[in-house]
Write a protein that binds this ligand. Structure first.
Ligand SMILES: *Cc1c(COP(=O)(O)O)cnc(C)c1O
Length: 350
């Protein structure tokens, strides 16, 4: 399929003049900076200086990420969580009241929310009963107004990887954008689709610092894609969307990728222990395989188990009302100590 960004993006996006910040116009590092109306004396915090605006395009962080992911810096976008690139892509590519996106429920809720906020229609192509993706079903649902297909793999809330060849079929056959959300890729046995970016200009891969990297509080998400698509996102993003403290801490974290890998190992080991332990509860009817840091469980009565756990101050996610997830609870893998408490609490449920 040929990919033509100009015909895909909303017309005005390419002509709108982006805000040019002081830091965009002069990029040198030496000099007296009287160009951005900052407080030149200092900050009101007890320690630390935060009086200067941060790098709007986060080049230092991108340089390090580029090495780690083997993707050129210009093909990286950083957002306020992955939720920001999801929203920016919908806004840049989908004409309100006219265009649509395709998603595969049960899946992550933000695709729907971003579409709804932007008055963009969603076409739902459900995963199969065992949560598999059928590319031919998705492609059959595509209309001339379909601009983005959102694929979540490993998928939330089901926990499984979607079949790589099916995803690749979507990317090769669809002339719009395919966004593959890899929030849980570090926990997965399947390789990332990042390696496909160089040859597929319509592919955008989303990853995040919120899960394996242990930085949910910072709100830092990554999007990887063709220079063209990343350029569109940069045109419309808020000028200083990633604050300087987050940029500093991301640089620090990137030096500790081995610590992330160690934590992933422990979490995966705990996940496998939990999955085995869940087998013994009579109210658990199915434990879904997981390539993430959570486990989806089918139970005879999710609401009842959920409430009995809450009464014991153990909070899990009730997915009972989600399509194809009737009776399901989604449980994040805790620390070894937390998992003990969870299992003790479950043993008291009936
Ligand atoms: C947690 C999660 C994200 C990450 O969102 P952030 O905004 O980066 O915290 C993205 N996609 C999925 C499927 C998730 O579960």
């Amino acid at each position: 399929m040929s990919f033509d960004l100009k015909s895909l993006v909303r017309k005005h996006i390419l002509t709108v003049k982006p805000y040019s910040s002081a830091r965009d116009e002069y990029e040198g590092e030496q000099g007296i900076f009287l160009d951005a109306n900052e407080n030149t004396i200092g900050s009101t915090t007890t320690d630390g200086l935060y009086n200067r605006y941060p790098d709007p395009l986060q080049w230092e962080v991108k340089r390090e990420l580029s090495k780690l992911k083997n993707i050129p810096s210009k093909q990286i976008f950083l957002g306020n969580g992955s939720d920001e690139p999801i929203d920016l892509l919908v806004r840049a590519f989908c004409e309100p009241y006219q265009d649509n996106i395709i998603q595969m429920p049960p899946t992550y809720g933000m695709y729907q929310v971003s579409a709804d906020i932007n008055v963009v229609k969603t076409i739902d192509v459900h995963l199969s009963a065992d949560f598999e993706l059928d590319a031919s079903k998705v492609l059959a649902a595509v209309t001339p107004a379909t601009k983005i297909i959102f694929v979540c793999s490993p998928n939330n809330p089901t926990g499984n990887n979607l079949n790589r060849n099916e995803i690749l079929t979507l990317i090769k056959s669809f002339s719009g954008l395919v966004v593959v959300d890899e929030a849980y890729i570090d926990f997965s046995t399947q390789a990332s689709l990042l390696s496909e970016i160089a040859t597929n200009p319509n592919l955008i891969v989303l990853q995040t610092f919120s899960k394996a990297w242990g930085l949910a509080n910072l709100r830092l998400g990554m999007a990887f894609g063709s220079e063209e698509v990343i350029g569109v996102m940069n045109r419309i993003k808020p000028p200083y969307n990633i604050n300087g403290v987050t940029q500093q801490l991301a640089l620090d974290a990137l030096k500790n990728a081995d610590l992330k890998d160690q934590m992933v190992k422990s979490i995966v080991a705990e996940r496998e222990k939990l999955a085995k332990a869940f087998l013994k509860f009579p109210f658990v009817t199915k434990i879904y395989p997981s390539d993430t840091n959570f486990i989806l469980l089918k139970t005879v009565d999710a609401m009842s188990i959920y409430k009995q756990l809450v009464a014991q101050q153990v909070i899990v996610r009730n997915r009972n009302t989600v399509v194809l997830c009737e009776g399901c609870l989604r449980i994040t893998v805790g620390t070894a100590a937390e998992n003990e408490i969870l299992l003790t609490a479950l043993a008291k449920c009936s």
